[in-house]
Design a protein around this ligand. Structure first.
Ligand code: ROI
Length: 167
């Protein structure tokens, strides 16, 4: 636990078992994490699955949190919420999932470890992360990758569609 507040960003994704409901329920759960407050949500976006595997379209969103938790404490809370939503971590990185919560950014910290890497390595190249993130934090600078606006400009045409407001 930190005495100072850190602004963190979390990416949400689901393509199984009523994805819109999964994402809405997960957003509510993020808001009830201890010593943490959800300060913004993006809209929900429907996106084509990244990867070779044939699977249903995803619903994605991004949330901004202010937290007193350390990055690892916050990650544990995210894993707990995933498990509550029926997520089984079986090591399959490319398969469909009821709920995926990625810690995208933790303040301006950079950290590379076995359990956690921030910024999330997929952030700079994933349209389903960049666009919702831009909706809630257009001025954001990604440590080691530059401005969000520049990353979006070099992103191929996005394969995603804004659906509706999160709540
Ligand atoms: N594809 C999309 N569009 N959205 C995701 O959240 C997502 N998550 C994943 C993989 C399987 C890489 N593909 C995805 O984990």
């Amino acid at each position: 636990m930190n005495s100072s507040l850190v602004r963190a960003y979390v990416g949400l994704g689901s393509n199984l078992n009523h994805p819109v409901r999964q994402i809405r329920s997960a957003l509510a759960s993020l808001d009830s994490i201890t010593a943490t407050c959800c300060v913004a949500y993006s809209s929900l976006y429907r996106s084509k699955p990244l990867g070779e595997r044939a699977q249903p379209d995803y619903v994605n969103a991004v949330a901004a949190l202010d937290t007193h938790l350390s990055a690892h404490e916050l990650l544990q809370e995210l894993h707990f919420i995933e498990a509550q939503h029926g997520r089984v971590r079986d090591g399959d990185r490319w398969g469909p999932r009821t709920l995926d919560l990625d810690l995208l950014l933790y303040g301006d910290q950079t950290h590379e470890g076995e359990a956690l890497t921030v910024p999330h390595p997929g952030l700079p190249v994933r349209d389903f992360v960049l666009f919702p993130l831009h909706e809630i934090a257009p001025e954001l600078h990604i440590p080691g990758a530059g401005s969000l606006a520049n990353l979006m400009a070099s992103c191929p045409p996005p394969a995603l569609q804004a659906m509706h407001a999160a709540v």
